[in-house]
Design a protein around this ligand. Structure first.
Ligand code: PLP
Length: 374
């Protein structure tokens, strides 16, 4: 049996006709730029996230960058975030001229350790940027309290958390703004690049709308130095066809996670821990083992494709050497990144495929005579 890491063709097949018909209609009308589909998607996805304003942008990286810029965060400012995330989180901060300050992650959830934020706040700190990694939200209430007490902005990185909930509130609705990615393999993915900004703040919405279109409110009149960061109309067509299915797809991912969880009990691998306040959307299903690289190779030989998200934490990437972090700066982050393995996860995964993945993990454990849990 073959179990790919993701299989996007399975999602595409039943939606193909509708997507192609929508694309044909847009092309026939040659309305390719901030047209009716982008406008409709902005309303529909904002409503899905439970926020007042939604703005389509070119990708997740620009969603975060534009939010920071709209909040006038830039050179001389510090933004507290995590090192255990995709590089784009830190890139967005650096692209504004501000400096990312990395806080440790929680050893159980692998998300921002909110108890460690306050010790990193300086007179330069302007914002906290929590990342709802793997589809589970950060413990937001204490984080929002800290932000309120210190007058800091909160920007949620929701690029892996479309539809995730914290105490009934959706990712992207809790901070001053949320940034989403519609990269093709996300829980809601375009057929190319795409991104989205959510906010309940009218002024932030007005500014990011201008920033995504060269800082312009009226054609050829530029009030801000902005970006070319528009969501294109053809991506919006596909995203609108997919959005009504997102809640069901997320529910399927949760069911798959539950099956993995049950089957992996009593094996020497740590399964994801979901906090009671959370309803995650399992963008990724990530286990932990000290034998990560060996297990990954073993599974690959047997047709099971896995990933590592992410093998090198940002603070140890060459690109940000100038920030001065060293191995040992963030011990929890460094340990976790050396042990994580993302198992196949997508809505259309079958029970048989999950069983096959776990069967092979069991065989690996037996052959290696691994016993004690971790
Ligand atoms: C956590 C996180 N932040 C930011 C991004 C950047 O999004 P994009 O690739 O759409 O720029 C991604 C996705 O790739 C991500 O997973």
């Amino acid at each position: 049996m073959n179990v790919p890491f993701v299989d996007l063709k399975l999602q595409y097949a039943p939606l193909k006709e509708q997507i192609l018909a929508g694309i044909a209609k847009s092309l026939d009308g040659m309305q390719l730029f901030l047209g009716e589909n982008v406008q409709a998607l902005e309303k529909e996805f904002a409503s899905f996230c439970g926020v007042e304003y939604g703005i389509g942008v070119s990708e997740g990286t620009s969603a975060l960058t534009l939010l920071l810029r709209a909040m006038e965060i830039g050179p001389g400012d510090e933004v507290i975030t995590v090192s255990h995330t995709f590089i784009a989180t830190a890139e967005a901060i650096l692209l504004t001229g501000a400096k990312p300050v990395f806080v440790e992650i929680d050893p159980v959830t692998y998300l921002m350790d909110v108890t460690k934020i306050e010790s990193l706040i300086t007179p330069q700190t302007r914002a906290i940027l929590p990342v709802h990694l793997y589809g589970q939200t950060v413990d937001m209430d204490p984080l929002l309290d800290i932000a309120r007490q210190h007058g800091l902005r909160v920007i949620e990185d929701c690029c892996q958390a479309h539809g995730a909930e914290y105490k009934g509130r959706k990712a992207g609705s809790m901070g001053d703004g949320g940034g989403f990615s519609f990269y093709f393999s996300k829980n809601l993915g375009a057929y190319g690049e795409g991104g989205f900004i959510t906010t309940n703040n009218a002024e932030i919405a007005r500014k990011v709308r201008m920033l995504r279109d060269h800082g312009s409110g009226a054609r050829y009149h530029h009030d801000l130095v902005g970006f070319n960061a528009r969501l294109d109309e053809l991506q919006a067509v596909a995203l609108r066809v997919k959005l009504p299915h997102l809640a069901d797809w997320n529910a399927s991912r949760r069911a798959h996670a539950e099956r993995y969880h049950q089957l992996l009990q009593n094996l020497p691998a740590i399964t994801p821990v979901v906090l009671p306040a959370n309803q995650p959307v399992f963008h990724l299903y990530v286990i932990r083992t000290q034998h990560r690289d060996e297990l990954q190779a073993y599974l690959k030989e047997r047709g099971v494709f896995t990933g590592v998200h992410y093998p090198v934490p940002i603070h140890l990437q060459r690109a940000v050497e100038f920030l001065g972090y060293k191995p040992g700066s963030l011990p929890v982050t460094e340990l976790v990144t050396s042990e994580i393995l993302s198992l196949p996860m997508y809505a259309e995964l079958t029970d048989e495929q999950i069983d096959y993945v776990v069967e092979n993990i069991k065989k690996f454990v037996d052959e290696k005579e691994l016993v004690a849990a971790h």
